[in-house]
Design a binder for this molecule. Structure first.
Ligand SMILES: [Zn+2]
Length: 339
């Protein structure tokens, strides 16, 4: 068995690295080694013992408590700061104490998706090589540079230019406003339910058959699987905004049964008849809290994830895990767009 060298990894490397928001640990370690003109294997030898490194675009790297401390030393920051910047270094993702190795690269990330970082954002942090994020969604919208990146590893088309799709930019701005207004956790629940409703009605499930030229062209260019979430994004935001209207009032105890029914009629009319059934299903789990109180609080409000969870969401919880509806299906390791 290879022994750890206790003298290695005690001093910071000469060159520090600027953090990228949402970066994966594997990507950060690879960038840190490159910045200091070292092979990744050599840098890892200062962190502990473990298997050969894997390219960061394929999976996430998880480390032991010991390796996290060493990595913080090498990075020149505290363990607390490093864990704050790199979500996969948080306690819940550490390897179990007593593991023989100090790091591992499982077949797939344990939570979240590996998404390519916007190359212009990475360049502004001094990185020219592709950098990789670990995110709760398999996509990322860079509002600064108008780029959509996803969990595809395509080198020919690493991003989708949103200057051709201004509706997607507006949708992300709308979701950001929603997060400010409702708080991140509640907004994510609403977003998850909105996506589930769209999945149920089959909204633009196949963008190549869309009547709008915009989506058919995109599907032909990047493939239907990559085009689908981009094509659905505008409607996810609109529906999330509608649902947030009801949820905000409901949570404040200001929603009556009559208002809830009127909301269903209004949104059904605006968005289309096919939305009525899944939305009826949704409000059956989001009944007015006012109604529940008037009925003696005997649980007539029905279960809803907002009441069950209540204490915030895990940073990498996917929309599929957050929704209270059964229809949404996120990509998993069987849908690897890059294999
Ligand atoms: Zn950017």
């Amino acid at each position: 068995m290879v022994e750890r060298d206790p003298w290695l990894g005690r001093r910071p490397l000469h060159l520090r690295l600027r953090f990228l928001q949402g970066e994966s640990t594997g990507s950060y370690v690879t960038r840190l080694a490159a910045r200091n003109l070292r092979p990744v294997e050599q840098l890892l030898a200062s962190v502990g013992v473990g298997p050969m490194p894997v390219e960061p675009q394929y999976t996430e790297m998880y480390v032991s408590r010991y390796a996290r401390e060493r990595l913080a030393n090498l990075s020149g920051c505290s363990v607390a700061e490093l864990s704050l910047r790199l979500v996969s270094l948080r306690d819940e993702f550490l390897m179990p104490d007593g593991s023989a190795d100090d790091w591992e690269w499982p077949w797939d990330a344990r939570a979240g998706f590996i998404v390519q970082a916007c190359s212009l954002c990475a360049a502004s942090r001094g990185t020219r090589a592709p950098a990789w994020l670990i995110l709760p969604d398999p996509w990322h919208v860079c509002l600064r540079h108008g780029r959509w990146t996803d969990n595809s590893r395509s080198l020919q088309r690493p991003y989708i230019d949103l200057h051709d799709h201004p509706g997607v930019v507006r949708a992300q701005q709308c979701l950001n406003r929603l997060r400010k207004r409702l708080g991140y956790a509640v907004a994510r629940w609403v977003e998850a339910d909105a996506l589930s409703v769209l999945t149920c009605v089959g909204y633009l499930e196949d963008p190549s058959r869309a009547t709008e030229q915009e989506w058919a062209v995109l599907a032909a260019r990047v493939g239907e699987q990559r085009a689908r979430p981009v094509a659905q994004f505008d409607m996810v935001a609109r529906l999330a905004w509608d649902m947030a209207w009801l949820e905000e009032r409901r949570r404040a105890g200001r929603l009556s049964t009559a208002e809830s029914r009127a909301w269903l009629r209004r949104v059904g009319r605006q968005r289309g008849f096919v939305f009525r059934e899944p939305l009826t299903h949704w409000i059956s789990g989001h009944r007015p809290l006012l109604h529940a109180r008037q009925a003696g609080g005997s649980g007539t409000g029905g279960p809803s994830q907002t009441e069950v969870a209540g204490q915030g969401t895990a940073p990498l919880a996917s929309l599929q895990n957050l929704t209270c509806l059964p229809w949404v299906r996120m990509p998993n390791e069987m849908d690897r767009l890059f294999l």
